[in-house]
Design a binder for this molecule. Structure first.
Ligand SMILES: CCCCCCCC(=O)SCCNC(=O)CCNC(=O)[C@H](O)C(C)(C)COP(=O)(O)OP(=O)(O)OC[C@H]1O[C@@H](n2cnc3c(N)ncnc32)[C@H](O)[C@@H]1OP(=O)(O)O
Length: 256
């Protein structure tokens, strides 16, 4: 464990020095010789794999999204920014959450850190390259009403019973949505309990809506409920209650 912590500290140190190099490279220097300029340009060209990495946002539409997925995406996305009577744009009630293939990438400097710490690790729901094959989803949050909505299109690799979505894949999405919601409400948390009632099967390839609601907060505990319905809301697929416990970052690092 001490070694892991050492690696992380080293990562941060490394990050600091790499960032400062990057800043220096970006600043135009008046006193650089022609040779120096060439050197800097060569360095910049040599480093794209390290610095060009604007992480891919998986929650934006791609060619695999079907019409229901697009319809619901546009329904929520159009409420992220609204126009006032005077024609000015302002924030709407909903906010789209970006989604990367590692949680670490959300943190400041995380794109670089994710190359240093466990560089092969990938978020379970975002680790399949083939668009549309597994979990296609986008999450929106409504802070005022303390709720989240997730539009989820289940790909062919998520089969459980023939032609239908695996219960574990559904649980994964529920954990993702309620866990993200609890994190927004309470900071770092871990799932302590998920209680899922499966009411009707989800056809493979279909688009469903997951909605999560804050039930209550009690000290370190955040209680969330979640329902999964068909995209038009007419059919109930699952109902869930979930408990999340706030944790210190050291719980993740040291398992204590
Ligand atoms: C974008 C993607 C977002 C993804 C989010 C995904 C989130 C996840 O999947 S996390 C991974 C799955 N979860 C885990 O691995 C967690 C493993 N469990 C643990 O680490 C610990 O048990 C943990 C942190 C949940 C609780 O441990 P700890 O902090 O020691 O709590 P502990 O002191 O035992 O209990 C605190 C309180 O919670 C209650 N509690 C703890 N666990 C439970 C439970 N399972 N059910 C009900 N109550 C519980 C206790 O009874 C106690 O209550 P009270 O204070 O009233 O007496």
């Amino acid at each position: 464990m001490a070694r892991s912590l050492g690696r992380i500290c080293k990562g941060f140190q490394c990050l600091g020095s790499l960032s400062s190099i990057q800043t220096q490279l970006r600043q135009p220097s008046t006193s650089v010789s022609v040779r120096g300029t060439t050197f800097v340009r060569t360095m910049v060209q040599a480093l794209p794999s390290l610095f060009s990495s604007k992480p891919r946002d998986f929650s934006l539409p791609n060619s695999s999204w079907g019409s229901e997925m697009m319809r619901l995406y546009e329904h929520y996305n159009s409420q992220c920014e609204v126009e006032t009577e005077g024609g000015e744009k302002q924030e709407g009630p909903w906010r789209r959450l970006p989604s990367y293939n590692r949680l670490l990438k959300y943190a400041t400097g995380g794109v670089y850190l994710s190359k240093i710490i466990q560089s092969k690790a990938r978020l379970f729901t975002r680790n399949i390259r083939d668009p549309g094959a597994a979990f296609e989803y986008v999450l929106f949050v409504n802070s005022e009403e303390q709720k989240c909505a997730c539009v989820f299109q289940a790909g062919h690799l998520l089969e459980g019973p023939p032609g239908h979505v695996h219960g574990g894949a559904i649980a994964t999405m529920i954990d993702t949505v309620t866990g993200t919601h609890a994190t927004i409400l309470s900071g770092p948390v871990m799932t302590a309990n998920l209680n899922i009632n499966y009411r009707s099967p989800i056809p493979l390839g279909s688009t469903v809506l997951l909605e999560s609601f804050l039930d209550k907060k009690e000290g370190r505990k955040t209680f969330i409920s979640c329902k999964v319905t068909s995209s038009n809301g007419s059919k109930l697929h699952t109902e869930t209650t979930a408990l999340f416990l706030s944790i210190n970052f050291s719980h993740l690092l040291l398992g204590e």
